[in-house]
Design a protein around this ligand. Structure first.
Ligand SMILES: [Zn+2]
Length: 358
């Protein structure tokens, strides 16, 4: 059989990956790894997997480790890549010809995985894997496939070529065609336990325990997200949040409107404001009910928590937390941001942030 030209249909080269490359380096996700290893041992690996879960919990790392294990020439007994054979070395360098990552291109405003990318991949599947093992393709995020691209991919899912494995990574299945979902075996990737994220942040970034706890509390169990956060910047944002809350509690309606106007202009600041403020009220409630120090997200701000704890009480904190949660839901539903924040500001002013009787 003819072999494809080396440059045919290959996606743009990727920089060598920074995350774990092998099953033994994956954090958490034991259930997923257990299923994959059992399927391999029984000779029952699926042709296509759908990895569902939030960003930064290991979907891409597991895909890469799976490709490495399938292509390793001297796999370890528990089924993991050896890390030393030529195939493993190419995986490590990000140059293995049979591991492909199909990502959105952003020539247009909205990043999309286009039909041309899927067509190129389908052309490649007419040939056996170049290095004699398995060809593994990761499509991420699968939600970014244009409808025509998804339709083209469906043909591959309906007639899976031998020694090919497709992995679709998505946050949830709601934005995928049901016809695609039904042809993949699903795995749910859970958020990582806090203790793992804290340990990794300390080991990889040399953070203090308090800093690592703070970032982990804001990461929602995503190591990727925690690694991308800057502790100095977040501490600065927290100071701003506490100042804002103080001003809102005692200020005029004009102050609330100005605050809403400022925050509505910056999505990231808005996200962090809501998260930081929610964690703040949560910590006040934890302390009030005698919870252990280690349960606090803001362990590095005990003095400020103490002071606030003397001024307010649980009724106000519950109400403030509830107001934040309601605003968060409305913001996620894409209601008018500034209007939602105006109302949040007024609610706070009405109830007073600190004193039950204000
Ligand atoms: Zn190997």
């Amino acid at each position: 059989m003819a072999t494809p030209k080396k440059n045919q249909a290959s996606p743009a080269p990727e920089p060598p990956p920074s995350g774990p490359m092998f099953f033994r380096g994956i954090l958490g996700q034991e259930r997923v790894l257990g299923h994959l290893r059992a399927a391999w041992k029984a000779g029952r690996l699926a042709h296509a997997y759908l990895f569902l879960g939030p960003q930064g919990v290991g979907r891409e790392s597991v895909a890469r480790a799976l490709a490495a294990a399938l292509n390793c020439t001297q796999p370890l007994p528990e089924w993991d890549a050896c890390g030393e054979c030529p195939a493993c070395r190419r995986m490590l360098a990000g140059t293995h010809a049979d591991f492909l990552v199909i990502r959105p291109t952003s020539e247009h405003r909205q990043p999309q995985i286009k039909i041309g990318q899927i067509r190129d991949f389908r052309k490649l599947t007419a040939y056996p894997p170049m290095e004699g093992g398995w060809r593994v393709a990761l499509i991420k995020p699968a939600e970014d496939m244009q409808p025509e691209a998804a339709n083209a991919l469906l043909k591959t899912l309906e007639e899976p070529p031998a020694r090919h494995l497709l992995i679709l990574a998505a946050a949830s299945e709601t934005e995928l065609f049901p016809t695609i979902v039904s042809r993949c075996q699903k795995f749910l990737f859970a958020p990582l336990p806090s203790v793992l994220v804290i340990r990794e942040l300390q080991a990889r970034r040399g953070l203090s325990r308090e800093e690592a706890v703070f970032l982990t509390a804001l990461s929602g169990g995503s190591l990727g997200r925690a690694l991308a956060l800057d502790p100095g910047e977040l501490a600065q944002q927290r100071r701003q949040v506490l100042e804002d809350l103080e001003k809102l509690a005692s200020g005029s309606p004009a102050a609330a409107v100005a605050w809403a106007h400022r925050l509505a202009k910056n999505n990231q600041e808005l996200d962090h404001f809501i998260l930081l403020a929610q964690m703040w009220y949560r910590d006040l409630l934890v302390r009030h009910s005698g919870g252990a120090h280690r349960l606090l997200a803001h362990q590095d701000s005990l003095a400020a928590l103490e002071e606030e704890g003397k001024r307010g009480g649980p009724e106000t904190w519950f109400a403030s937390f509830g107001a934040l949660a309601a605003a968060h839901r409305q913001l996620q539903a894409n209601l008018n941001q500034e209007l939602t924040l105006d109302i949040l500001g007024f609610r706070w002013q009405r109830q007073g942030l600190h004193h039950e009787s204000r």
